[in-house]
Write a protein that binds this ligand. Structure first.
Ligand SMILES: NC(=O)c1ccc[n+]([C@@H]2O[C@H](COP(=O)([O-])OP(=O)(O)OC[C@H]3O[C@@H](n4cnc5c(N)ncnc54)[C@H](OP(=O)(O)O)[C@@H]3O)[C@@H](O)[C@H]2O)c1
Length: 339
């Protein structure tokens, strides 16, 4: 028991209650209550001995993560030259492209999306910012695995990618084919969200990671998640898809660091882009909405420091972490959630 932190001691105590906890499913309500008391007693005994409560310790770790206290490097030197951004024709994707367009180190921007007009418009705006840039645009759906693989492999032969931003994503409103049938399209919408926000992210980053690893190439991989990732119980399929992105990104960061592949997860809250227009039309208000430029400035700061998690505005992720760690029943009123 020597040198154990409060958390480790609790886990060790829980280990001694393992058999009782596992068997509790077959036990009476009275016996289950006794088991609950034993667990709580173990936690409170240890909490009295340790500085701060265990909940506080866990929260502290999450917030440390958001602040980048353990997981950022202000002296990080890597700056990408060829950047591939999905959903680069609008909102956060185009905003990020513009911020990199004015960097001396940036030579090539590769932008994909499904709307040709928006791709052309963004390309013109980028060339105005920097006429020397090579800009590749492609009408490409992230859900199309084969087309994504072919495009990435072909483009990389001419313009070796060293940063990929898996940004393309949709909410329930974008998944819906028709505004009038909003509710009746439930299954279709869930599939569209998961295929775009989860499978689309894999279709984007896995071919690039394959190239990075095969060529032993240094590179940066950015996954756009959401503050909703910390509170999926509030944000249904969208929140669940973003939780996947956040957790998978954190896993990749851990396993790829030794290969000089830097993985960053971004968790924005409400940012003023097209994604929220349908919700605003429905009367929803976003009092803490962040201007796009503000979001991009914060995002660049985090990416330039190679932070594990880049959250903006940070408060919202903290708020969601706290809400996400208390039981569902005490958080919401009936009907108070999105799908
Ligand atoms: N804005 C926010 O409040 C907020 C908050 C948290 C997280 N996020 C995340 O940030 C990312 C960017 O969103 P945004 O706010 O910039 O919204 P946006 O302006 O609607 O941009 C979404 C981009 O994704 C592209 N896209 C959507 N589905 C696609 C598909 N199947 N294939 C290829 N491209 C596709 C869109 O282009 P096309 O329509 O031309 O395909 C568009 O460029 C998303 O992952 C979103 O979930 C946004």
């Amino acid at each position: 028991m020597k040198n154990l932190t409060g958390m480790e001691e609790i886990l060790s105590q829980l280990q001694s209650l393992k058999g009782e906890l596992n068997a509790s499913i077959f036990k009476s309500i009275e016996e289950k209550k006794k088991t609950l008391e034993k667990v709580c007693k173990a936690v409170s005994t240890i909490e009295q001995k340790s500085e701060g409560t265990i909940y506080e310790k866990i929260l502290r770790q999450y917030i440390k993560d958001l602040l980048g206290l353990d997981d950022s490097n202000p002296k990080f030197k890597f700056r990408p030259s060829t950047i591939f951004i999905t959903g680069g024709n609008g909102g956060i994707g185009a905003g990020l492209a513009k911020s990199y367009a004015v960097e001396k180190t940036t030579k090539t921007l590769i932008l994909t999306g499904r709307n040709e007009k928006k791709l052309e418009k963004t390309k013109k705006e980028l060339l105005k910012l920097n006429g020397k840039l090579i800009i590749i645009t492609k009408n490409l759906n992230v859900r199309n695995k084969e087309a994504m693989l072919n495009f990435i492999n072909e483009t990389d032969k001419k313009y070796p990618i060293d940063m990929v931003v898996a940004n393309a994503g949709i909410g329930f409103a974008q998944a819906s084919n028709s505004k009038t049938k909003f509710k009746s399209e439930f299954v279709h919408c869930q599939e569209a969200i998961l295929e775009t926000n989860m499978v689309g992210v894999l279709n984007t980053i896995l071919p690039v990671l394959d190239i990075f690893k095969t060529n032993k190439r240094q590179g940066q991989v950015v996954l756009i998640s959401s503050s909703a990732a910390y509170l999926p119980v509030r944000y249904g399929t969208y929140g669940a898809s973003k939780t996947f992105v956040k957790n998978y990104g954190k896993f990749l960061r851990r396993v790829l660091a030794k290969e000089s592949i830097y993985v960053n997860v971004v968790t924005p809250d409400c940012i003023d882009t097209d994604i929220s227009i349908p919700y605003k039309k429905m009367g929803m208000v976003f009092p803490d909405e962040l201007e796009l430029d503000d979001c991009i400035e914060r995002m660049r700061k985090g990416l330039d420091e190679n932070r594990g998690v880049v959250a903006m505005p940070m408060w919202q992720s903290v708020d969601n972490i706290i809400k996400g760690s208390i039981p569902v029943k005490s958080q919401f009123k009936e009907g108070d959630f999105h799908v």
